[in-house]
Ligand binder design. Structure first.
Ligand code: DON
Length: 455
């Protein structure tokens, strides 16, 4: 699909018609709203339509994204018309953006149901645009989209139960797998002994998990994703490869029962994580994504609806890195009707069978490691939620063999990690984690990513 002149071209899986996967979020929201919501779905859409109609003030981050994507936005006249000023320049922070076309689409869905999107006027407009612009996504693809309800992953970490998201996201599997490996260590003691020890051990566990991700993970409707990845015994075995004195070179492992026990099939950046809880005991963890900033950059004419570029979440060719520098294998190769691998990790934590925390993040593969760090900070270090989310972050995804680490770490920790053989990429603060936690007195505390400068 993306090989041109013998080479896989990531430009095609990231921008324009071929980058777009079938959107699932709208169908999922409708399903959730019908099964668990209190308000009619139409009311929720009307509230969003009002915001789109009246316009909203854009923040510094959104303005920056528009600047970064300016040239690519200009490749698509409809996207330029909707998202740029009439003179073709980008909106600046604190300026007002109105999205009247999007408002109309929301109102049409509110009135006619999601059939307007999947089988009606939107599907027709999208199919037409695709045919005229070299795409292969069709009206039929939209019509045949179905929401799947899957069994969540349940694992344990130091007496807590971790409820995670199953394949085709890799998130739940690897959050659980990394925590299983960390069970072999006293993370709090490591931290007290030498903060570099804690970073080193967690980074090594991240690396081992991402080596498995690259090899084993894909849509369970199409490939066998071994459940043994989640076994505590496999975690303990892999944890033995972690040495305290140096960073090791690792390859993927072979979890137990690879042939016999797999997940059931039934046959920079644009991700949002919603964490919510209420006094009635409802707990929500939703991650939704267009993939990278402004997705494919394609707005379907007259609808205001921006299409994703989640095709880049597939491995477009073995060994070819995607936008997030992730590599994958056959397990995550493209096939008709297949869903791409993801790192999304909406997570709910139970204590004695009752929810006490909901957490998730945005940021491609760093979603997994952000969630692991939030959980480890709360469970291992005993942090309150604001401290847990503010604590400096780091990320290792096996390939590239680099430890990405926030510049908030003290120089001696960085130096110590380099001495152990890590190749450091020192970065500005990264990530976007949102969480809600129940405190000892029963009250709920919600924290939205402190690095984004909002309360
Ligand atoms: O599902 C995934 O793993 C990616 N589509 C997520 C992309 C993302 O988080 C971009 N973020 N800020």
């Amino acid at each position: 699909m993306y090989v041109r002149g013998g080479h896989a071209t990531t430009q095609l899986s990231q921008v324009g018609a071929l980058a777009v996967g079938v959107p699932g979020a709208l169908a999922a929201y409708e399903d959730l709203s019908r099964r668990f919501g209190k308000k009619p779905f139409a009311d929720l859409l009307t509230a969003a339509a009002d915001i789109a109609d009246n316009g909203f003030e854009i923040d510094a981050k959104f303005a920056q994204r528009l600047r970064e994507e300016h040239l690519r936005i200009m490749q698509f006249p409809e996207t330029a018309r909707v998202l740029l000023k009439p003179d073709g320049s980008t909106y600046a922070a604190a300026e007002h953006l109105r999205l009247p076309d999007l408002a109309r689409s929301y109102r049409a869905i509110a009135a006619d149901g999601t059939g307007w999107f999947y089988r009606g006027p939107f599907a027709q407009a999208a199919g037409k645009w695709m045919r005229e612009n070299g795409g292969i996504l069709s009206e039929g693809d939209l019509a045949s989209y179905r929401v799947r309800t899957r069994e969540p992953i349940r694992s344990r970490y130091r007496g807590y139960e971790i409820i995670g998201f199953p394949p085709p996201s890799s998130g739940g599997v690897h959050v659980a797998q990394i925590l299983n490996m960390l069970s072999a260590f006293d993370v709090n003691k490591l931290n007290e002994n030498n903060p570099a020890d804690r970073v080193h051990v967690i980074a090594e566990a991240m690396k081992l998990a991402f080596a498995d991700r690259a090899y084993w993970l894909g849509d369970p409707d199409f490939v066998k994703v071994p459940r043994g990845l989640l076994d505590a015994s496999y975690g303990a075995e892999r944890a033995k490869e972690i040495r305290l004195d140096r960073a090791t070179k690792v390859d993927h492992g072979t979890p137990p029962r690879t042939d016999t026990d797999s997940f059931p099939g039934s046959a920079n950046k644009h991700t949002t994580h919603i964490a919510a809880a209420d006094k009635a005991g409802n707990w929500v963890a939703i991650t939704t994504s267009l993939n990278t900033a402004l997705g494919s950059k394609v707005i379907v004419p007259t609808t205001g609806i921006l299409l994703n570029n989640t095709m880049d979440d597939f491995s477009i060719e073995p060994g070819t890195a995607n936008y997030f520098k992730l590599v994958g294998s056959e397990a995550n190769a493209i096939a008709p009707g297949k869903r791409p691998l993801s790192s999304m990790s909406p997570t709910i934590v139970l204590k004695d069978g009752k929810p006490i925390m909901t957490v998730g993040a945005a940021g491609g593969p760093t979603i997994i490691t952000q969630v692991v760090l939030a959980l480890s900070n709360v469970i291992d270090l005993g942090d309150h939620l604001p401290t847990a989310l503010a604590r400096p972050r780091f990320h290792h995804q096996w390939s590239p063999d680099q430890l990405r680490i926030e510049n908030m770490f003290p120089a001696d920790v960085l130096h110590e990690l380099e001495k152990r053989g890590h190749s450091l990429e020192i970065v500005e603060p990264v990530g976007a984690t949102n969480a809600v936690m129940q405190q000892a007195d029963g009250t709920l505390v919600g924290v939205s990513e402190p690095r984004l400068g909002r309360p």
